[in-house]
Design a protein around this ligand. Structure first.
Ligand SMILES: O=C(O)CCC(=O)C(=O)O
Length: 363
């Protein structure tokens, strides 16, 4: 992996650019016209939002007492099939902790640049403070900085690679990640039941207890020309499930719906859940990952925390035989997540091109 050893060009922190007070963004951030956002949405689009689902009472202990007939499970099934995205409330993660985490990370990004540079990342593992995805020289870049860290497997968990400041940050990351992993495990059960599989099925496919889990905190600085760029280009998430804690006050996430982009209105203390490519592969495209992107604005910065729940990185992931039939043959070849994620790590965010290309290679 020679090309993932270092960045192809000197790294520029988008936050520093933004704070320098420039009036026009550098060419490196100007998207081709077809990728630029329409910042004025139609009145109709304003009324559309991804489904919001209340998980209260769904679980009694570790079990869904009503099984697959539970009305909440049905709502989740619909949302997975029709949107690939939904918000959950009463999900069991402490709302106070969620707010504290978001504010700690905001504080981190507001530290002097030298304090953040201590954690500057490389494309080899992406861990640490970063400002680009992909290593293609001359690529058009996104208007954001980020911080990426591993929580699981435990052998990759290294507190030294988590920010030491603000002082409560490491402790909060540990507790937040523990609670979000628990919620992810419950979601995996719901999705298994909804696919007509035993409730522990998907978790076993992911490697049982031995899954991968990592956090990417995105920081989108104010942008003087938000109509020319994106905070994060269109992509689907390469992993299993994503649990996103958005900025409560600043919308920015847009989800593809046919030829349109729907701007998500975040609900207070909710998580935004989305299906990743590995879930699309395992479910043989009964569930599909959905393209999404982030727009920026000139008035407010935005912080979001994306928690990625992934299969163990070295086990082959393929359509599960239970979901393969004569009418619906396996659509994807087996691939480990380690192999799969090399694409986005090398090329950067590129819509759904990777999972789509696997499918066409198979047919
Ligand atoms: O910032 C957001 O709302 C979305 C972030 C995202 O899509 C990602 O980190 O993969």
């Amino acid at each position: 992996m020679k090309d993932l050893q270092s960045w192809p060009e000197p790294v520029v922190r988008v936050q520093s650019l933004s704070e320098s007070g420039l009036r026009a963004i550098p060419d490196r951030y100007v998207k081709p016209p077809s990728d630029r956002p329409l910042l004025v949405s139609s009145p109709l689009a304003k009324d559309v939002n991804i489904p919001v689902i209340d998980l209260k009472g769904l679980f009694v202990g570790a079990k869904v007492p009503n099984g697959p007939d539970d009305p909440t499970l049905r709502q989740i099934n619909e949302a997975c099939r029709n949107w690939g995205f939904f918000q959950v409330v009463n999900h069991g993660v402490d709302p106070k902790l969620m707010r504290m985490m978001r504010e700690s990370w905001r504080e981190f990004f507001h530290l002097p640049v030298e304090s953040k540079q201590l954690y500057a990342n490389s494309p080899c593992t992406y861990e640490g403070y970063g400002s680009r995805l992909g290593v293609e020289k001359g690529a058009v870049l996104d208007w954001s900085d980020y911080y990426f860290l591993h929580y699981m497997p435990e052998c990759l968990r290294n507190h030294e690679k988590w920010p030491a400041l603000p002082p409560s940050c490491r402790e909060q990351i540990a507790e937040y990640s523990k609670q979000v992993v628990e919620l992810s495990g419950r979601l995996m059960k719901m999705l298994s039941l909804n696919l007509g599989l035993p409730e522990d099925f998907l978790q076993r496919c992911f490697g049982g207890e031995d899954i991968g889990a990592c956090l990417r905190v995105n920081f989108y600085p104010k942008c003087p020309q938000p109509d020319l760029t994106l905070g994060l280009s269109s992509h689907s998430d390469p992993g299993g499930l994503t649990l996103l804690l958005p900025d409560e006050n600043v919308p920015g996430l847009q989800v593809r719906r046919g030829d349109n982009w729907v701007t998500v209105n975040p609900v207070s203390d909710a998580f935004i859940i989305n299906i990743g490519d590995q879930m699309q592969v395992l479910s043989n495209a009964i569930y599909k990952s959905v393209e999404h992107r982030v727009i920026v604005n000139s008035a407010q910065e935005r912080v979001s925390l994306a928690f990625f729940y992934n299969p163990k990185s070295d086990i082959p992931i393929a359509p599960t035989p239970e979901l393969v039939t004569e009418d619906r043959p396996a659509l994807y070849p087996a691939m480990t997540f380690d192999e799969y994620r090399l694409y986005i790590r090398t090329k950067g965010p590129r819509g759904k091109s990777q999972v789509e290309s696997l499918k066409s290679a198979r047919q």
